[in-house]
Design a protein around this ligand. Structure first.
Ligand SMILES: Cc1cc2nc3c(=O)[nH]c(=O)nc-3n(C[C@H](O)[C@H](O)[C@H](O)COP(=O)(O)O)c2cc1C
Length: 372
């Protein structure tokens, strides 16, 4: 199971776990895979705290995931601080969208955040907000792998990460995007089929993985989208993938900081319950379908705004959903892939890694018997 890419990173299993929760990232890295912490929700100061914690709790190495989209409103605006960019973008958000979101939450009885609780509206998904996060990563030697979502990262980021001895790659949902990553000199690509949780393209994993692997030649490709067991990892490696990149699976582990009400929503959902919607982030993203996604997709309601404006509208809903998950049950942001139908019980992260490895071995044995 140990691929060349594992050797390069110094990890035992080619199992990559995307998560927003440091406890999960640490547990996966310590179990022989690679935990990758999603940085998008953290300010640079918060990220510094998270990575310092990971330095203390991870024996080997871990990864960090940035979101610098190739296309977004406000791209190319130079010389502004994150706060100034946020203020400028806020002027582009129609009041009608804010009112619609506020009414949706009020109609569902989701309490407002306590008075005076301020949050930034612009998360780390612009080059401006991600730049200070890059500086933080460079201060943490165990942060050995950097991935970027929603496009090829800017050339200066690629150069700085590589010169520091780290590897940098990016997610892709099409052959074209994978070729862009290769042309930019990235070290690896994460190829995510449409069934995956979070932002995704339209082609399924089984069809997309072999095309991307073939197209990029010697660039390592991590297969993502729909992986919930070790037999699927065996199939990805059989196709030539350098590893398996997983996300949804880590939402229902014991260490995940997912509130119980939201976790039970995930545990009881089937593979038919997800939808690819722009209703939260402004770009197509796979999540559980609910009253929020239905409301924004209806014909007589405002259309979701482009990224990052829609999230500036929706972030209040995300924060209220975190704080009041019971009340927000039908309007919460529940990003997850179709693999949610395989996530039916809470497991420890290390047990998930061990299960994936043993299922991988069983699948390989099955094939060996066929050959014998
Ligand atoms: C809750 C959630 C949030 C995600 N957020 C990000 C993100 O911020 N950056 C990113 O590169 N990928 C993100 N993804 C996608 C994952 O990195 C991964 O590619 C995807 O989950 C793989 O498909 P799977 O969910 O079927 O395992 C997210 C996925 C989920 C489930």
């Amino acid at each position: 199971m140990r691929t060349e890419f594992c050797e390069q990173l110094g990890i035992e299993f080619p199992i990559f776990a995307f998560t927003h929760c440091r406890d999960v990232a640490a547990a996966v890295s310590n179990a022989g895979g690679l935990g990758v912490l999603g940085a998008v929700g953290f300010t640079a100061e918060q990220l510094e705290v998270e990575l310092s914690w990971l330095d203390e709790h991870v024996n080997g190495v871990y990864g960090v995931d940035l979101v610098i989209p190739s296309k977004y409103e406000g791209k190319g605006v130079e010389g502004l601080s994150p706060e100034e960019l946020e203020a400028q973008l806020a002027q582009m958000v129609p009041q009608g969208h804010r009112d619609f979101a506020a009414k949706l939450l009020a109609d569902h009885g989701v309490p407002a955040l306590p008075d005076g609780e301020h949050h930034n509206e612009l998360l780390g998904w612009t080059a401006t907000t991600a730049a200070p996060q890059v500086e933080v990563i460079l201060r943490h030697p165990k942060a050995k792998l950097v991935a970027n979502a929603l496009g090829t990262p800017p050339a200066d980021v690629v150069e700085r990460i590589q010169q520091s001895g780290r590897v940098i790659g990016a997610l892709c949902g099409s052959v074209k995007h994978a070729l862009n990553h290769k042309a930019a000199g990235l070290d690896f690509a994460v190829c995510q089929g449409t069934e995956g949780g979070g932002h995704c393209g339209e082609v399924s994993s089984l069809v997309l993985w072999p095309q991307v692997i073939d197209a990029v030649g010697d660039m390592p490709v991590l297969a993502a989208g729909g992986i919930g067991n070790g037999a699927q990892i065996a199939s990805a490696l059989a196709m030539g993938a350098a590893g398996a990149w997983t996300g949804s699976l880590w939402l229902t582990v014991e260490e995940a900081n997912v509130p119980p009400a939201q976790m039970s929503t995930y545990l009881s959902a089937s593979s038919n319950d997800t939808v690819r919607s722009r209703a939260w982030t402004g770009k197509p993203c796979r999540m559980l379908r609910n009253d929020w996604t239905d409301a924004w997709e209806a014909d007589d309601t405002p259309n979701p705004l482009p990224m990052p404006l829609q999230m500036m509208v929706a972030l209040d809903g995300v924060k209220r959903g975190h704080r009041y998950p019971e009340a927000a049950k039908d309007v919460n942001f529940n990003p997850v892939g179709q693999v949610v139908g395989m996530m039916n019980r809470i497991e420890r992260s290390a047990d998930v890694v061990n299960r994936l490895v043993s299922e991988y071995v069983t699948a390989c044995d099955r094939l060996t018997k066929l050959n014998g």
